[in-house]
Design a protein around this ligand. Structure first.
Ligand SMILES: Nc1ncnc2c1ncn2[C@@H]1O[C@H](COP(=O)(O)OP(=O)(O)O)[C@@H](O)[C@H]1O
Ligand SMILES: [Mg+2]
Length: 283
């Protein structure tokens, strides 16, 4: 059975998407896993990192993104989402990452999320709106070893769709006061949601990203996170690395992990993190 992991933080810009994509590439290229990335964030960054903007624009025009799935819920008489057409196979520009598939996101998800939130629940006679993703993806779940879900920075109905099918979640954060502020709230709210649906959703751990060794604030916040009051802290720390920004730019030529992430130590860090997450999932 596939492990399903959501990446979540209520704050944007904390490294959620980079963590999700780098983990996908390391699981595929180095740990030989079959990976599905589900992009639920209307910012579509994971999608464009994995297939490029041109391909995304083409899919978006044909309405072959996850937005279609949620639009169908608003117009249940006329369902148009086609899993086979939306599923992008063998994505990523890393040459040795050959086993990553993607369900792409769309900017339209913003609008859909707002409309879903205001529809009276009676309208959904067939399907509970938090079950839409789980039901749609069910036919292919067992094709993968791990499914990584990049969630938007809120706990709205789209995010709940991701959490609904997750065994656990990771919280990437910059180790500063503002970025870590919402963590207790996430853990509490996801815990309550997990109780409501009577399925465990484990807080697998907090991932420190964009760490600056010289910063006293970063050092102190890491010390505090290490106490594990809200969720455990992964031992692996992802340092800030200016080269890494180029990883966000989809390359039409294939490249190595090291070329993409700038340095071997950065690749090693993502690999160590991938192994820690795997252990937390199996443990
Ligand atoms: N380890 C890192 N070092 C330097 N910059 C990073 C690192 N991780 C992410 N970034 C940059 O930080 C910004 C936000 O990262 P992103 O993963 O998109 O965050 P989120 O998904 O939480 O909004 C991006 O511009 C990205 O290139
Ligand atoms: Mg993001």
């Amino acid at each position: 059975m596939a492990h399903v992991v959501s990446t979540i933080n209520l704050k944007g810009g904390v490294g959620k998407t980079h963590t999700t994509v780098a983990l996908a590439e390391v699981y595929s290229a180095l740990l030989r896993k079959k990976v599905l990335v589900i992009d639920l964030d209307p910012q579509t960054n994971a999608t464009t990192m994995l297939i490029g903007e041109e391909k995304w624009a083409e899919l978006n025009k044909k309405d072959q993104t996850l937005a279609r799935l949620f639009k169908d819920a608003l117009d249940p008489e006329n369902p148009k989402f086609d899993l086979g057409k939306s599923l992008q196979k063998h994505v990523s520009d890393v040459q040795s990452a050959k086993t990553i598939d993607l369900l792409p996101s769309s900017l339209d998800l913003i609008d859909v999320q707002d409309r879903l939130a205001t529809v009276p629940s009676g309208r959904f006679y067939a399907v509970n709106p938090i079950d839409l993703l789980t039901r749609a993806v069910r036919p292919i779940v067992d094709d993968y070893d791990i499914i990584l879900i990049d969630c938007p920075p809120n706990l709205g109905v789209i995010t709940l769709n991701g959490l609904r099918m997750s065994n656990g979640y990771v919280i990437p954060t910059i180790p500063d006061v503002l970025s870590t502020y919402g963590i207790p709230q996430i853990v509490k709210r996801v815990g309550e949601f997990s109780q409501q649906i009577a399925e465990p959703i484990e807080p697998l751990g907090i991932v420190v990203s964009k760490y600056r060794e010289q910063s006293t604030v970063h050092q102190n916040v890491v010390k505090r996170l290490r106490e594990g009051k809200d969720a455990p802290l992964f031992k692996t720390i992802i340092k800030e690395n200016n080269q890494i920004a180029s990883a966000a730019e989809f390359s039409t030529g294939q490249r190595t992990l090291k070329q993409k992430y700038g340095y071997q130590w950065q690749v090693d860090a993502y690999e160590a993190l991938a192994k820690e997450i795997w252990e937390a999932l199996e443990g």
